[in-house]
Design a protein around this ligand. Structure first.
Ligand SMILES: Nc1ncnc2c1ncn2[C@@H]1O[C@H](COP(=O)(O)OP(=O)(O)OP(=O)(O)O)[C@@H](O)[C@H]1O
Ligand SMILES: Cc1cn([C@H]2C[C@H](O)[C@@H](COP(=O)(O)O)O2)c(=O)[nH]c1=O
Length: 209
């Protein structure tokens, strides 16, 4: 187990349908990387800056059409990239981001049925070639995710959607993972919390992270 050089910039995103278990594991992963010498920044989307957090409130709670939703998500992402993600990576930090652009393809593309070419154009405008170095995709049966959410919290505008919506979102993630297999690592999120943690541990060990 060799320590990570503090100057090794890494961008790791966490993806999956609502309730798949991302948040449960992010802090522990950050701690693991810190112990190996990384300077870790935790952030999230929508959000991550004051402006983008304001947009998050609108996106999660106000009614709007899918193109408006996508434009707000990408506007927040631009601010987030400029103010937080790019400066952190430029100074050798490790960025752990709870959701990034794959969520736009899964939710606005898969869930809402938006044209993927339009999303691809927004992606190119907003982030150029910037992509995470690793995306941990917490893959879970939407029915199980719904049970977990119901036990955990009050639903926002996305979480109120039905199983068909989340089945399309899941398929959106699967398509995105198939298009970038080197970047995506699928986690079986249907297992217990310790078993999911073990999968993440093995994935990072295999990369020497
Ligand atoms: N492997 C697991 N088995 C059973 N319950 C779990 C598991 N992982 C997480 N949970 C529980 O499921 C609920 C949702 O988990 P969590 O908030 O981590 O999901 P999430 O993917 O971050 O959701 P969201 O993206 O909507 O914020 C929580 O109550 C959490 O304790
Ligand atoms: C980045 C991003 C997010 N969303 C949706 C997905 C989730 O339902 C919410 C965020 O809630 P969380 O509890 O913080 O996971 O936003 C989206 O539709 N499009 C996106 O690009």
């Amino acid at each position: 187990m060799s320590p990570v050089a503090p100057t090794t910039a890494r961008f790791i995103s966490f993806e999956g349908i609502d309730g798949a278990g991302k948040s449960t594991h992010i802090e522990a992963l950050g701690e693991r990387l810190r112990q190996r010498g990384a300077d870790v920044v935790h952030t999230r989307e929508p959000g991550g800056t004051e402006l983008a957090e304001s947009l998050r409130e609108l996106i999660l709670h106000r009614s709007m059409d899918s193109l408006t939703e996508a434009l707000l998500v990408f506007a927040g992402r631009r601010d987030h990239l400029q103010r937080v993600i790019e400066p952190a990576l430029a100074t050798g930090k490790t960025v752990l981001c709870d959701r990034f652009t794959d969520a736009s393809f899964a939710y606005q593309g898969g869930g809402r049925g938006m044209d993927l070419a339009v999303l691809g154009t927004l992606e190119h405008w907003v982030q150029g070639t910037r992509q995470p170095d690793l995306t941990l995709w917490f893959d879970l049966d939407p029915a199980i995710a719904a049970q977990r959410r119901a036990a955990a919290r009050e639903a926002d505008r996305f979480e109120q959607q039905d199983l068909e919506f989340f089945t399309r979102v899941r398929a959106g993630y699967a398509a995105r993972a198939a298009s970038a297999p080197q970047r995506f690592a699928r986690i079986d999120a249907g297992l217990s919390v310790p078993e999911v943690a073990a999968q993440i541990h093995e994935l990072l060990e295999a990369r020497g992270w």
